[in-house]
Design a protein around this ligand. Structure first.
Ligand SMILES: [Zn+2]
Ligand SMILES: [Zn+2]
Length: 371
């Protein structure tokens, strides 16, 4: 080999080393930012996609109907208790379970979602590489081509991944003049990165997401979670800090509320030394001559419930004596469990009408569907 060709080869080798170093350094910086962007994008995509399913298509009122249907289908008293005690937490865990099943069932949708997000972001990065190269080539006035290329590259990716230009200062003085060669070297390094990430996504699970898809979906169903102090039904207002009073369309028999409010409010008749559950509905009681008491306090007429402290004064309970078939079925179906829970019996004022006992689960569910 002549002296000249040896020298040429050495120069070319040095250039190649610089380019390889540059591409490797850049891809090392891109990798965590790309991963994060993939997870963020995928979480949104999953939340959007699952919103197309019937449970999640409508408002929270629609979701509540789905939860009631699920509870009836499961026919598990413990689930009912959890829902009645903590409706918000139950709703969130219901959403989480549904999202988990949707992503990780036999069809392994999670892997497909991740791959699709990675493909889109990868294409965006490739476009930024070639566009930056084109722009730098046209700038004959600038010597610091690499610094200029990095400026342009980061600018192109502002909306795609979080890649601060300041993190790339370490390579901005690399002596690289062949921008086309640089572009193809970065392209190759990116392809390796893509293949590596794709392999990792095949076995991914939801724990890797910094922001979970079910959290995004649950936010869509946020709103006011105040519970009627008498029956525990959840306020239907879609704003968590709404003006005006809390309201709900369907109140429930009071017997279902003891789980949540027993320390505050005891809507039971004290008789023969024990509490007895009542099956009346608060939207009917508020126009009756009946009374309730808070803790061991004095008996208060239901009609003046709004004058009884901050908790009750924020509720507007409209008169409606009708009760959903669903709750009649629930009380009748879980009579034994409710009696054990209250250590009381459904009799006298709390006697369960015979008509309730004839209600089938199917009738309870059919009524929900009409809502
Ligand atoms: Zn109520
Ligand atoms: Zn409210």
């Amino acid at each position: 080999m002549s002296f000249l060709s040896t020298l040429r080869s050495q120069i070319s080798c040095q250039g190649a080393t610089s380019v390889t170093t540059f591409a490797a350094f850049l891809c090392d910086k891109i990798e965590p930012a790309l991963c994060q962007a993939v997870y963020e994008r995928t979480a949104k995509d999953i939340a959007e996609d699952i919103q197309k399913s019937p449970d999640f298509q409508g408002s929270r009122a629609n979701l509540e109907v789905c939860i009631l249907r699920y509870l009836a289908e499961q026919e598990n008293f413990e689930y009912f208790k959890q829902y009645l005690m903590s409706p918000k937490q139950f709703c969130e865990s219901y959403i989480e379970t549904r999202v988990r099943n949707y992503c990780l069932d036999g069809s392994r949708r999670l892997g497909m979602f991740l791959e699709s997000s990675l493909d889109i972001l990868y294409q965006n990065i490739l476009s930024a590489v070639s566009l930056s190269a084109r722009i730098v080539k046209d700038r004959k006035d600038r010597e610091d081509k690499i610094s200029l290329w990095l400026d342009e590259f980061c600018r192109q990716l502002t909306e795609v991944i979080n890649l601060p230009r300041s993190d790339l200062k370490g390579i901005e003085h690399q002596e690289v003049t062949d921008i086309e060669f640089l572009s193809s070297a970065i392209g190759e390094a990116l392809e390796d990165l893509r293949a590596r990430l794709m392999k990792g996504f095949a076995g991914a699970d939801l724990s890797l997401f910094p922001r979970q898809p079910h959290t995004i979906l649950a936010e869509h169903f946020s709103g006011c979670w105040a519970q009627c102090p008498f029956c525990g039904a959840v306020c239907t207002n879609t704003m968590w800090n709404h003006d005006g009073d809390h309201q709900v369309v369907y109140h429930r028999p009071e017997v279902v509320t003891e789980f949540a409010w027993w320390k505050i409010l005891i809507p039971f008749v004290f008789k023969y030394g024990r509490y007895e559950p009542v099956i009346d509905i608060c939207s009917s009681l508020v126009v009756s001559d009946r009374r309730f008491r808070v803790g061991g306090g004095p008996w208060i007429p239901y009609k003046t419930y709004r004058n009884t402290g901050a908790l009750l004064s924020t509720w507007k309970i409209l008169h409606d004596s009708s009760m959903q078939v669903y709750w009649k079925w629930f009380v009748s179906r879980f009579r034994t469990q409710l009696e054990a829970l209250y250590n009381g019996k459904f009799h006298d004022r709390g006697r369960i009408p015979e008509a309730w006992q004839r209600i089938t689960k199917q009738e309870a569910l059919s009524e929900l569907d009409k809502r």
